[in-house]
Design a protein around this ligand. Structure first.
Ligand code: GLU
Length: 478
């Protein structure tokens, strides 16, 4: 059997985000499922659009997520050519000249102004999908053009069907009539995307191309180039769009969604959780389960299970999956993970007892969706705070708690061992004494002691806030 080889081919025009991560991840899973190779190739021919730091962002965030290339420019393998298009300009030129010599491509001397004029004329005639007029294919004054700059255009075969058996969409047929002669090598000597990509996929022996549906219209052009060289084309698969809740293509402008992988890192998401969620975007397993490890995904990957309709990115679900992974951490792992996310300007942790700090952080292990949220919970333990209007309102709706709080205050004052169990006992005694239970008992105690109407286990929280401060809270509210 042929060695399965897939590639992720980012253009360094931006940083790693949900959309391109999904492409990288599906190619990775596909390759690994078949014991094949996953290759990362940098498509940097559009030099003006390259963004500084983009390549670094792609590699470091992929590594963080566990999408590890077998080959890339950092890990090249002999015999597959360069892994960065900007290093292959001569090779593309050679192939373009070959097509020129064989009459499958031709020189086009039209200036951008001429092309634009021609395009406008076509529009004026009511043509919507304008095409190159082939002016230079039929030029008789070619000798006079000698020395002038030219693009090389591919001569698109006349009225020919190109059928692709797309992994996601099934059979898709394009007629060449819809496609004008396109530029393969620009006058500055740089190959265009549709040309370079074919030569690279050939050089790298790529067997399957899985990418976003925005590339589907490029596919017939690429098929024509494969055909012109007599090369076998890879199997294509075009995944459907990822959309936001307004059904628009997911982007950095999509309201609630966090878009860039670096933002997830900064906010304290776990890479395994992001991997898990993105693997379910536009692909689904047979099993009705949502939490899988990377190894499980590799095992169950099945290229026939790509979704045929757009997948909606759901931030709530992403957070939920992350919280599931956070719950699964051991206490030690959790503490190590969360501590760097504490806002040191708001909470001075260095002069605190570390055992105490660990206990405080552990209170929220089951509550956090991502690590940075820890900062929403620490104020009461570190700073002097005021009770919020919302909590005041809850308090005002409770009745008949004054005596209970009086009792709480005096019992706490005389409690020498201010720890979880004795505090629990105090609360229990108060319940009996004042014939209160449930919300009537716990809510006033929680609000007076912690200044909040909700929170983790009450007695533990009170113990960790500490006797002095809890009594200050109670007194100030009284
Ligand atoms: N460089 C292209 C992009 O970033 C990918 C092309 C492909 O996968 O064929 O969209």
């Amino acid at each position: 059997m042929k060695n399965i080889r897939l590639r992720y081919a980012p253009s360094p025009t931006g940083y790693l985000h949900i959309g391109n991560t999904r492409t990288a991840l599906m190619n990775y899973l596909f390759a690994k499922h078949y014991d094949g190779d996953f290759i990362v190739r940098i498509e940097d021919t559009d030099i003006e659009r390259n963004v500084e730091g983009a390549i670094e962002s792609q590699f470091s965030n992929m590594e963080w997520l566990g999408i590890i290339p077998d080959e890339s420019f950092l890990k090249p393998k002999d015999g597959y050519g360069e892994y960065m298009q900007s290093k292959k300009f001569d090779r593309y030129k050679e192939f373009a000249n070959d097509l020129l010599e064989r009459g499958l491509a031709y020189k086009c001397f039209c200036t951008p102004e001429e092309l634009e004029k021609d395009r406008e004329a076509q529009i004026a005639r009511g043509i919507v999908a304008t095409q190159y007029s082939r002016k230079c294919l039929n030029r008789t004054d070619i000798a006079e053009m000698e020395g002038k700059p030219f693009n090389i255009r591919f001569k698109v075969p006349d009225n020919k069907d190109y059928t692709v058996n797309d992994i996601v969409r099934g059979e898709v047929t394009f007629n060449s009539k819809e496609i004008g002669d396109f530029v393969i090598l620009k006058s500055n000597g740089i190959a265009t995307y549709n040309f370079a990509v074919v030569i690279d996929d050939y050089d790298m022996k790529i067997t399957h191309v899985v990418r976003g549906e925005e590339h589907i219209s490029n596919t017939p052009r690429q098929c024509m180039i494969f055909e012109a060289f007599g090369w076998e084309e890879p199997t294509f698969g075009h995944m459907t769009l990822i959309v936001d809740e307004t059904k628009k293509k997911l982007s950095k402008r999509s309201g609630n969604a966090v878009f860039f992988i670096s933002q997830y890192r900064e906010q304290g998401y776990l890479p395994e959780a992001i991997f898990n969620y993105i693997a379910l975007l536009g692909w689904s397993p047979k099993e009705e389960k949502e939490i899988f490890t990377k190894e499980e995904f590799v095992k169950i990957f099945d290229e026939t299970r790509f979704s045929k309709s757009p997948s909606t990115f759901d931030m709530v679900k992403m957070k939920w999956i992350n919280s599931q992974y956070m719950k699964k951490l051991t206490e030690e792992q959790y503490l190590e993970f969360v501590k760097p996310f504490i806002d040191k300007e708001r909470f001075s942790i260095d002069n605190k007892d570390q055992e105490w700090l660990d206990q405080v952080l552990l209170l929220f292990k089951k509550e956090l969706e991502f690590a940075q949220q820890i900062n929403d919970h620490l104020d009461i333990f570190f700073n002097e705070i005021e009770i919020s209007e919302a909590t005041k309102k809850v308090l005002s709706e409770l009745n008949d708690y004054q005596e209970l709080i009086g009792g709480l205050k005096s019992k706490f004052e005389s409690l020498s061992n201010f720890e979880e169990q004795p505090i629990k006992d105090v609360i229990k005694e108060l319940g009996v004494e004042f014939s209160k239970k449930g919300k009537d008992l716990f809510m006033p105690i929680r609000i007076f002691s912690t200044f909040s109407e909700h929170g983790p286990e009450l007695a533990k929280t009170i113990a960790l806030i500490g006797k002095e401060k809890v009594l200050r809270n109670i007194n100030s509210l009284i």
